[in-house]
Design a protein around this ligand. Structure first.
Ligand code: DAH
Length: 339
């Protein structure tokens, strides 16, 4: 005999909590009742009767199950309606706004420079801040007795093995040889990064400042390529043609010939020539250190004093503004919000 559908649905109708529903499920929809219970009873029926009884059981089961799910939804909804009445979320309350971040102008310019060089198919490398004495000096043909290696210029790091075990790189040229080897034999790469000098600080000097090194090596690379790249880069960075530049011969152990490029700018209220760029044709010894034959390959290297470029580009009279953490300063450059 089939259980009475209406009676079962009346029991369901009386359920008003999740716990009661659970109990109902076990009793009427769980394995025990719907499958084992009823189907077991069918074993005494004739095959003909079994067929119709099976269909009826299935229909009964489906009806109860559908009603059960509808009731479950109803109970859940009632629960949440009640809860939401207690916990009102007032969406008109003004939100707590997070303070807006700003990019440091130095980083902003670094990104511009990277874009510019990427556009000219240069690799970008960052190197590392702590390098060996070989990397910083010997690889780039700076002899041990050169003034640049003196304690008053260079910040050494000591460890148990040596008082001058490592050095905070004094220039991004420290990565030249390692990177030429990496991209050998013809290569184009830049190294933007911080460099460290034991300097006294003023409006245009800091112990930490940013440089970008760029190196091009190949067959038949000449001063002509050198000049063209320099013009493209300076135009791209400064977005102006009105800058006054001056080129002077200069000595660096890792280039031959070497030049120093100054730009006219206002610093601390006075017009001044500022060194912003150094460059030259890579010295044969450096090429040899990187495993290249200087008779076959040539190249040029530039070192850009990025921190001064930032000062020129944004008209800063004092580079210390970049690092003193005064938010009013960054707030006054709307482009610094384009993080
Ligand atoms: N490494 C030099 C410095 O920091 C700058 C420099 C000079 C880099 C000439 C170069 C170069 O690539 O060709 O003092």
């Amino acid at each position: 005999m089939l259980p009475n559908q209406d009676e079962i649905l009346a029991v369901l109708e009386n359920c008003s909590t999740e716990a009661e529903l659970k109990e109902f499920f076990v009793q009427y929809l769980g394995k025990k009742w719907s499958v084992n219970g009823l189907f077991k009873q069918m074993k005494d029926l004739s095959p003909e009767q079994r067929k119709t009884a099976g269909q009826e059981i299935k229909m009964l089961h489906d009806t109860i199950q559908t009603a059960f799910f509808a009731k479950q939804d109803e109970i859940k909804k009632a629960y949440w309606d009640e809860k939401l009445k207690e916990e009102i979320v007032d969406i008109s309350t003004p939100a707590n706004t997070l303070p807006r971040g700003y990019a440091n102008l130095q980083n902003l310019l670094r990104r511009n420079v990277e874009n510019l060089f990427q556009w000219m198919w240069f690799h970008i490398e960052y190197g590392k801040d702590l390098v060996s004495i070989q990397e910083n000096f010997e690889h780039v043909n700076i002899p041990a007795n050169h003034p640049a290696t003196e304690m008053h210029d260079t910040l050494y790091i000591k460890d148990e093995t040596h008082p001058k075990s490592k050095v905070l790189r004094t220039h991004t040229s420290a990565h030249q040889v390692e990177l030429i080897k990496k991209y050998w034999p013809s290569c184009k790469f830049i190294v933007p990064g911080k460099v460290y000098r034991n300097e006294s600080m003023d409006a245009s000097h800091d112990v930490v400042f940013w440089q970008v090194e760029w190196v091009v090596i190949g067959k038949w690379i000449t001063m002509k390529h050198f000049k063209h790249t320099m013009e493209e880069v300076l135009k791209g960075i400064l977005e102006t043609d009105s800058i006054e530049l001056r080129m002077r011969p200069a000595y660096f152990p890792f280039v031959e010939p070497g030049v120093e490029i100054d730009a006219k700018a206002e610093v601390g209220g006075k017009e001044k020539w500022l060194e912003i760029l150094w460059a030259g044709m890579i010295h044969p010894v450096v090429l040899e250190n990187a495993g290249l034959d200087p008779k076959e390959y040539s190249g040029f290297a530039f070192g850009l004093w990025m921190t001064r470029m930032v000062a020129l580009r944004y008209g800063l009279g004092d580079i210390r503004l970049l690092t003193n953490g005064d938010l009013r300063f960054l707030h006054s450059f709307p482009e610094a919000t384009t993080i």
